[in-house]
Design a binder for this molecule. Sequence first.
Ligand SMILES: *Cc1c(COP(=O)(O)O)cnc(C)c1O
Length: 497
Amino acid sequence: MKSRTRKATRHVNQNEGLIFEKSSPGKAAWKLPPLDVPDVDTAKLLGKVERKDLGNMPEVSEIEIIRHFTRLSTWNYAIDLGMYPLGSCTMKYNPRVNEVVVRLDGLANGHPYQPEKISQGALRIIKTLSDCLMEITGMDAITLQPAAGAHGELTGLLMVRAYHLAKGNPRKKVLIPDSAHGTNPATAATVGYSVENLKSNERGMVDVAALAAQMNEDVAVLMLTNPNTLGVFEQEIHKIAEIMHAKGGLLYMDGANMNALVGKVRPGDFGVDVMHLNLHKTFSTPHGGGGPGSGPVAVKQMLEPFLPKPVVITKPDGTLAFEYVRPMSVGRVRSFYGNFGMFVRALAYILANGPDGLRQTTEDAVLNANYIRKGLDGVYDLPYSTPTMHEVVFSDKLQAKKGVKTMDLAKRLIDYGFHPYTTAFPLIVPGAMMIEPTESESTEEMDLFIEAMKAIAKEVEEDPQMVLDAPHTTRVSRLDETAAARKPVLRWKPNPD
Ligand SMILES: *Cc1c(COP(=O)(O)O)cnc(C)c1O
């Protein structure tokens, strides 16, 4: 079998102390040159705040520090090590050219308080990226301020609310399909709307008849992910937009899945009024590990007055400036202008690819998801037979008969040298296994993945307990993921309690 089982680390040890506590008295990784300035009485200078000893600071040699951090880095998994098929997250390769460009002196060392006169380059980047994103989405205006997808949703819904309010009534409800990303209902509730669930039909799409029945003048907006979280394109999107608009409602598109659409179709052309993009998904800026992200929000003309301020404008003399006087604006949603480093990376990606390259990217992303669908169809249950776009959702139905669930299969995948796929999401598929290869993967890498998934299915038949105990090759096995998220230990403490 060609599987790529990762070697167990040499330092597997259940005793955390031996791994993290390397300190012994007197060791140091530094040596200072002889004093070449007059010696001063530090006690007199510093008084009470003078520190007499090292406290509990670790004392280690240089090689111990190097080995400690290098070892920790090998316990991690990254897109630079192999396929990262985490569905919905679009974990694509981060091209190195982006990193070269963003580190250019004038960009990396620019300051947000620099006068506009000497910030024309940075302003030009914001403007050019904005223009590119409007062209790609078919929208009329945009803000780059939001720092993530969910933040974009919040910004978009604040604008929707301001729009309805300006017309005399903010309305009460937001419609959200049962296949939506969890951030959608959370956002609607945060903005003060009540959420009304919309059922999907047997093809995994919005039930248009149900929408028509549920839509009324209390509904502010429909939040729709397209392609939705089943990786299915909403084929009746025009009809959906019509139903919303007929009763004065708006259509919000969660554009986190734009990796399936860029260069092929434009949301602005199929009736979308407001949408967010995830630069850290579709446009290759790094994510995972907490960001930084970027979630621009693009809108149609009637929402333009409500954009967060400032916006970039072109002055009569052709130079660029920030415009702060915008009486209808929802206000600032972030300090300064957004995550500027992400703008530079995304623009580098867009310009390096060009229109043809971006279209090819989309086609390859969809082709890859279908390659995996074909490779694993029959081995794993496919709950919806509707055509797959950029990601494919299987379920653990066949393996669950042996007591092995989606999480167990995902954990076993780690032993084969792959990051797990997304488990248990979308919620409308019990035991979901959501796989998104992105365009970054070669057929060779996907073949390894398919083989690994087939081998695991065989293991479930022959030795389910072994899969239930996975992973076997990592330093620690199953962690309390809830505690890790709710009570994270993020820094070293000398005497942890
Ligand atoms: C990732 C994602 C989001 C949230 O984006 P963040 O940047 O993580 O806040 C929202 N909707 C969908 C469909 C997504 O895939």
